[in-house]
Design a protein. Sequence first.
Length: 94
Amino acid sequence: MSKHAYARIHNLLNDNHIPIIEYITQYLDILNVRFLEMDKEKRLKNISISAKRIANPNEEYFFLKHQVKKEADRLNCCVEDLKVNLDYPEDIVW
């Protein structure tokens, strides 16, 4: 990782106020699976994009948040009890 990419990620995750209260962690699972499905070179190129998506939630995040909250209300359970139907890769090549 270049020094520039590292500095950008560091700034994103430390200079912003990341909204962790009521953060929909299912979104992190989605980002993780996408990231792990990339090859090594593509992961390296996309790590700052992933950090930005965590630090600055986008439309996809807010749509998922709405859907998860709606489903939790329907099932009368906590948002944290719901899981996204994802398959983490069995073998991860770092």
